[in-house]
Design a protein around this ligand. Structure first.
Ligand code: DX5
Ligand code: ZN
Length: 228
């Protein structure tokens, strides 16, 4: 399998929403191809963030890949709406639905990449029946709900397991990691197997988000080069 180069996916949760268009233009200049969009319902996670109308507006404002991370109860009820709004990737939490297989199929039926997300306390083993189906797996390296939290280093082991399972069983999913990532730990995450690195605070809470993406991409690609 041809492994894609590492992608940095800036999380707009940390952006200045009053200047969202400019913030997106900046990360695009820095080389981002994916924009990570955190949807929170105040039930599955304690916080409320953004919903379908914002994804529709983003779709009009950018050609970047929209990676919609649903941190909501009953995600199956909203897949259609986010698909119509213009999502390119949609991920749902393993913990949020007893009908994971059905929800993943509903996403893929709409020609959207389907991902499954694991909270820090949820083992990789819970995904055994869907790893052959999903387009990507997202490992939470913080407890979902807020930006700006500290990276939980135990998630590196999960990234390694996912990489190992993929090669053992010839799966094709990509591996994404989300939470507490920055210049200090992006190399570890990439070496452990992450191919899509979500970064909010470390990109947008800087004076130059374009440069922040560039530097993270550079550190990630150096780590990838050393790995072999
Ligand atoms: C957390 C969200 C993350 C968050 C990452 O619930 O899923 O995507 O925005 O933010 P940082 O990079 O600041 O940890
Ligand atoms: Zn996220």
């Amino acid at each position: 399998m041809m492994l894609p180069a590492t992608e940095i996916a800036p999380s707009i949760l940390a952006a200045d929403f009053s200047r969202l268009g400019e913030e997106i233009a900046a990360v695009e200049r820095g080389g981002a191809r994916i924009l990570h969009v955190d949807v929170m319902d105040g039930r599955f996670v304690p916080n409320i963030s953004i919903g379908v109308p914002v994804v529709s507006s983003l779709r009009k404002a950018t050609t970047l890949i929209l990676d919609v991370h649903l941190m909501i109860e009953e995600p199956g009820r909203y897949v259609g709406a986010f698909a119509d709004a213009g999502a390119d990737m949609i991920s749902v939490h393993q913990e949020a639905t007893p009908h994971l297989d059905r929800v993943l199929a509903a996403i893929q039926e709409r020609d959207i990449e389907a991902g499954v997300v694991l909270n820090p306390a949820t083992p990789v083993a819970t995904l055994s029946e869907v790893l052959s189906v999903v387009d990507f797996v997202l490992v939470m390296s913080v407890n979902p709900g807020y930006g700006g939290q500290k990276f939980i280093s135990g998630s590196l082991e999960k990234l390694r397991q996912l990489k190992e399972l993929r090669s053992r069983y010839n799966h094709t999913y990509r591996i994404e990691v989300d939470g507490g990532l920055g210049l200090d730990n992006v190399a570890d995450a990439v070496r452990a197997g992450a191919e899509i690195i979500v970064a909010g605070t470390s990109v947008f809470h800087t004076s130059d988000p374009a440069e922040a993406v560039r530097r993270m991409r550079q550190v990630a690609s150096e780590a990838l080069a050393q790995k072999v």
